[in-house]
Design a protein around this ligand. Structure first.
Ligand SMILES: Nc1ncnc2c1ncn2[C@@H]1O[C@H](COP(=O)(O)OP(=O)(O)O)[C@@H](O)[C@H]1O
Ligand SMILES: [Mg+2]
Length: 315
């Protein structure tokens, strides 16, 4: 049984769909990376897993989100609390914004322990967690305030807090986007090492397809609310089939330019409510034919285990 299985997830904001028939499967101890430009629905998908989306404005998600076979979408508040406390940990883009500026980092990690593993809410466990995320001299660092740490070190603290409850699934939503490129690579390496040590699963969300090669087992490429290409990372990176994936690969930020937005794909992601009837990428697609705009595009399985929403992917 996969640790996380999302089936046909649909989420609306008001009259507009923002996540549309998203399905993915993540095995225990593996990493799945959801990749796509800003506004494609990655964060809304990620937040829905532990039901962190406020409803309203979001609709109650339709479909299924199975964590170890249990459907998160039909859980009662107590069951959800257990999921949030123990099973799923989140790391977000801006570590500086998520940390409390007037509280020592050791105290913040201890609070996370108090909430989720109260018997371990002590300095020894805080130090162990700080060491685990690669913070040097943790015995003295735990007395630091967030502003005394670099962005990369702050993100390590956020990862330590997310690890405090010993989650089975770590959801990292653009965890490196606010960081320098060298630091980005270090954080990805840390996540990979932690996963190997702890055996947890990771859902890594990023707009940068260049980051996923070293860590992800599978990749789902998201465009305008849908996954448009899905497969093993090696296959997707070496033999991308969807024109959007190919364009994303060509626009991978170069080394030395952290957090740059992907600019080299002409045009922009259509907003929810403005999605074309047919292929949503067609208006930007160099291969588009008139047929592409007639009706919704179904999966083209192609080779086994590497599917794409494009009938001309292999043409
Ligand atoms: N609270 C909200 N209210 C209305 N629309 C929202 C809200 N949050 C996200 N959206 C919309 O949902 C779409 C997907 O957003 P998001 O999941 O954040 O994209 P991504 O993470 O891929 O950049 C966007 O068009 C965004 O404007
Ligand atoms: Mg996002």
């Amino acid at each position: 049984m996969p640790l996380l299985e999302i089936r046909n997830l649909r989420i609306d904001f008001g009259a507009h769909r923002v996540v549309d028939e998203v399905s993915l499967s993540l095995d225990a101890g593996k990493t799945y990376s959801l990749v796509g430009e800003s506004g494609c629905g990655k964060s809304v998908t990620a937040l829905s897993i532990a039901r962190l989306l406020a409803t309203p404005p979001a609709s109650h998600p339709q479909g299924q989100i199975l964590l170890e076979g249990h459907d998160v979408l039909s859980m009662n508040p107590r069951e959800l609390q257990r999921i949030r406390g123990g099973h799923v940990g989140y790391v977000f883009q801006e570590p500086g914004a998520s940390l409390n500026p007037v509280m020592r980092i050791g105290t913040q990690i201890r609070e996370a322990l108090t909430r989720h593993r109260p018997h371990f809410a002590n300095d020894a466990e805080v130090i162990r967690l700080l060491r685990q995320v690669g913070i040097p001299a943790p015995e003295t660092r735990l007395k630091d305030y967030p502003h005394q740490l670099s962005g990369g070190m702050q993100q390590r603290v956020m990862i330590a807090m997310a690890l405090a409850p010993q989650p089975k699934l770590l959801i990292a939503d653009e965890p490196t986007t606010a960081l320098d490129v060298t630091v980005q690579a270090q954080i990805i390496e840390l996540l990979r090492d932690l996963q190997q040590q702890l055996g947890m699963s990771i859902l890594l969300i990023t707009h940068n397809l260049g980051l996923v090669g070293d860590i992800a087992d599978r990749v789902g490429v998201m465009y305008a609310g849908q996954i448009v290409e899905e497969g093993q990372t090696r296959d997707v990176l070496q033999r991308p089939r969807h024109p959007y994936t190919r364009a994303l690969l060509k626009s991978v930020p170069e080394l030395g330019r952290a957090g740059r937005r992907l600019e080299s794909i002409p045009g922009t992601v259509p907003r929810p409510g403005d999605w074309p009837v047919g292929c949503r990428f067609a208006p930007r697609c160099p291969m588009a034919r008139s047929e592409c705009s007639l009706r919704p595009i179904d999966w083209n399985p192609g080779s086994i285990d590497h599917a794409v929403r494009c009938p001309y992917a292999d043409a």
